[in-house]
Structure formats: structure tokens, C-alpha cells
Design a protein around this ligand. Structure first.
Ligand code: IPE
Ligand code: IPE
Ligand code: MG
Length: 243
């Protein structure tokens, strides 16, 4: 159990990894892992609401995942649409605002339409912002930011001298989100895989060996308790933090 409810991550981000291996271990197809991965998403979202975490960001599909077999991509897209439909009422009930980051234009139209609908209907919810990273790549996001800024400079909307970190922040997909406090990756891999490169500059990283479909409330608590024990110095000395 989490004793100290005052010192929770404001923005929790998760790389939900290991669905395929989970299924393979059971002698099943990868798709079976993705289906069960959704149950883990439901549990984690529910618990994040319970803990009153303000921002939860889930890496669901990367720009690199477009290189997977077409059949797997098709199933993932279908599961996404179905989950949005099935979870819609719960989002309203829990006052969760849905947000997406990524190159959304690349998604099938049916997915885009469903996302737009749910985003519109949940826009005034203020308990938690749930962001899905879909067709998302950190480098693609940064490249798109460069492009937008270059166009604004060219059209004399901003001067190059004015470009600083806060202007860059305002042009990222995450413009409405605070920096990540805690980043969890499941499945034992210790890499970032092109997730939120700019936004994790000072995030605490936590790697769990648990495969995503097995990830539950207890594992989430363990990660948060570990986070709470860390000293976030942001470049300062420990002594300075005590003052
Ligand atoms: C994460 O599980 C889900 C997605 C990337 C869509 P994986 O599908 O990557 O599962 P593993 O890593 O192959 O086990
Ligand atoms: C990262 O997982 C992307 C998501 C969880 C959506 P991958 O399974 O695609 O990452 P790599 O390829 O193993 O680094
Ligand atoms: Mg993987």
C-alpha cells in the first residue's frame, strides 16, 4: 500500500511492453497478448484515478510499430476502436479527459473518428488526463516541431532569437502536459524506444520485469513507492534541497 499520498507522480508515463512474449509463453498467438494487455490498461487507469494521479500517458503504438506484420497492426487498430467504445462510459463516470499524441493522420479513419468523438465528449473532464501515444515517435514529434517553427520564422510570426525551451514545449504534441515525473517500462527491456524524448529529461525511470498483461495494481504501487524514495535533485545538491 502507498502510505504517502502527497508525494505521487503528477505525470506518470508507461511503456506497456511484453504482450507478445506473454502470449508466446502460453503457446498462444501474439494477438492473445494484446487482448489481455487491454485488461491491464483498465486496471492501471482505474488505480491511477483512485490515487488521484493527474496525468497518465500510455505508449500504445509507436511510429516503428508500423513495421510489424499487417495482420498484427490490423488487430491492434480494431482492439483500439473497440476499447474506446467499451470504455467510453467509464471515462465519463471517472471524469477522465482523453488526449492523443502522435502522427494521428496515419491511423485508419475509423480510429481517427472514434478518437475525435471521445476526445470531444470528454474535453471538460478534469479528474485525470489520459493520453494515448498512438503512431507516436519522439523523433517524429521533434521533427514536426522544427518544421512548425521554421514555417513561423519564415512567415515572420516569430523571430529566431525568441526560440527557447518554452516555445519548443508549446509546439510539441504534449503542449498541454507537464513534464513526466515517473516513466515505467514493463517486460524487462531497459530502453526508451523513441518515447517522449524531450519530456523525460528529468523523469525517474523504473523498469519492471513483469510482462504488460500481468501488470496490476500491486506492481503499480511498487513502482510508485520506489519513486517516492528517490531524491530528485534537478542538478542541485542534497543540502540545497533541505533548505
Ligand atoms: C507491447 O507489447 C504492445 C505494443 C508494442 C503494441 P509487444 O507487442 O511489443 O510485446 P513483445 O515485446 O513482443 O513481447
Ligand atoms: C515500444 O515497444 C512501443 C510500445 C510499447 C507501444 P516495442 O516492443 O515496439 O519496442 P522495441 O522495438 O522492443 O524497442
Ligand atoms: Mg515489445
Amino acid at each position: 500500500m502507498i502510505d504517502n499520498k502527497n508525494h505521487l507522480p503528477n505525470h506518470l508515463a508507461i511503456i506497456m511492453d511484453g504482450n507478445g512474449r506473454w502470449a508466446e509463453q502460453k503457446g498462444k498467438k501474439r494477438i492473445f497478448g494484446h487482448k489481455n494487455g487491454i485488461k491491464a490498461v483498465q486496471k492501471v487507469v482505474e488505480e491511477a484515478v483512485e490515487l488521484k494521479i493527474r496525468y497518465l500517458t500510455l505508449y500504445a503504438f509507436s511510429t516503428e510499430n508500423w513495421n510489424r506484420p499487417r495482420e498484427e497492426i490490423g488487430v491492434l487498430m480494431k482492439l483500439l476502436v473497440n476499447s474506446l467504445k467499451n470504455e467510453f462510459e467509464k471515462l465519463l463516470e471517472n471524469r477522465i479527459k482523453l488526449n492523443v499524441i502522435g502522427n494521428i493522420d496515419q491511423l485508419p479513419k475509423i480510429v481517427q473518428d472514434e478518437l475525435k468523438y471521445v476526445i470531444k465528449k470528454t474535453i471538460n473532464n478534469n479528474q485525470m488526463t489520459l493520453t494515448l501515444a498512438l503512431s507516436y515517435g519522439g523523433r517524429e514529434e521533434i521533427a514536426s516541431t522544427f518544421k512548425q517553427l521554421a514555417i513561423k520564422v519564415k512567415n515572420n510570426i516569430i523571430s529566431p532569437e525568441k526560440i527557447d525551451q518554452s516555445i519548443i514545449n508549446e509546439h510539441l504534441y504534449t503542449q498541454n502536459l507537464p513534464d513526466v515525473d515517473l516513466l515505467i517500462r514493463t517486460s524487462g527491456e531497459k530502453r526508451i524506444s523513441n518515447f517522449l524524448l524531450w519530456q523525460i529529461a528529468y523523469a525517474e525511470l523504473y523498469f519492471s520485469k513483469v510482462l504488460w498483461p500481468d501488470f496490476n495494481k500491486r506492481h503499480l504501487h511498487k513502482a510508485i513507492i520506489n519513486y517516492q524514495k528517490r531524491e530528485r535533485r534537478f542538478g542541485k545538491t542534497s543540502e540545497q534541497l533541505l533548505r
